[in-house]
Write a protein that binds this ligand. Structure first.
Ligand SMILES: [Zn+2]
Length: 299
């Protein structure tokens, strides 16, 4: 009996500290978009819990807040948003303000491109599409996380350092890959105007029937004129293929392809990454798959 009780006490003594450690509450980061959540995970590892409001394939411009969102955000030690109105009507910023949680805007410090074709100055929010800008998001997140948990600063700096190296490699790889497309064929036609930073960074031109947002903001949505200009661009440049986006209804692009007599070159990740177990479930995977799809269709 004694031996058995001793064995049980010993077992509990060994088990208890591990169990307590495992149950120790981790700090929580709540992100608006899938890209921002991936950057955060690359920096914090398993040290913090990273949650994301948008699911794979969801459109941040059109997102309608769900009843559980405020509850989720209220548990956050830190909120992260993309910013520059990518989140339609600033839904993430409003959630953080309502629940009194701190929020960091990841585009802070990036060089903005203006939304083309409108009178008022407005920053295009699809900033992550240049790897150089993605690196600024990562540095902003690293600094915010270090402020939140200075005790593990070295760990966050280490992870961010490795990831920034990977982003530099990705950048050079994209430049090399795009070089396989003849210069006059470097026109990227998609649903909405999400690829300006990509085109600016990697030497392409973009043409889209829908403006910077799929919602109803200034300069957003589709106009018959934009639609016609897109078809004209396809014809003028003898574009070989155009692309649908994973987070936007493909109907219109398919119609335009038929009308202009071009094929669909594939599906690109734009405002949202791929789901779990897909090649596009990380930022690097999403960029890699997009570039492969674009180069294969246009070269
Ligand atoms: Zn967009």
């Amino acid at each position: 009996m004694f031996t058995r009780r001793y064995a049980i006490s010993l077992f509990l003594a060994i088990l208890l500290p591990t169990t307590l450690f495992a149950q120790e509450k981790r700090q929580v980061i709540v992100c608006s978009t899938t890209q921002v959540a991936d950057f955060a995970r690359q920096v914090v590892g398993d040290r913090m819990e990273v949650k994301c409001i948008l699911a794979a394939g969801q459109d941040p411009h059109l997102y309608e807040k769900k009843p559980g969102d405020a509850q989720l955000v209220s548990t956050a030690d830190l909120c992260l948003e993309n910013g520059w109105h990518l989140e339609g009507n600033d839904w993430m910023n409003k959630l953080a303000t309502q629940t009194g949680r701190p929020i960091v805007t990841c585009v802070e410090g990036c060089q903005p491109l203006q939304v083309p074709g409108i009178e008022q100055a407005m920053h295009d929010p699809h900033v992550w599409f240049s790897c150089t800008n993605a690196a600024i998001y990562v540095r902003n997140i690293r600094d915010a996380v270090i402020k939140l948990d200075p005790e593990h600063a070295d760990e966050y700096r280490s992870r961010a350092g490795l990831y920034l190296d990977q982003l530099r490699t990705l950048h050079s790889w994209i430049v090399r890959e795009i070089n396989n497309i003849p210069v006059e064929q470097r026109v990227l036609v998609t649903s909405h105007d999400a690829f300006n930073y990509f085109c600016h960074a990697y030497g392409m031109q973009s043409a889209t029937p829908v403006g910077w947002s799929t919602g109803d903001e200034v300069g957003a949505g589709i106009t018959p004129q934009r639609r016609q200009e897109t078809i004209d661009s396809i014809r003028d440049h003898k574009v070989k293929a155009i692309f649908v986006e994973t987070s936007v209804n493909p109907t219109m692009v398919r119609e335009i392809a038929r009308e202009a007599g071009v094929k669909i070159g594939g599906e690109l990740y734009s405002d949202s990454m791929g789901g779990p177990d897909t090649a596009g479930e990380t930022y690097i995977g999403m960029m890699r798959e997009n570039v492969i799809t674009i180069v294969q269709a246009l070269k």
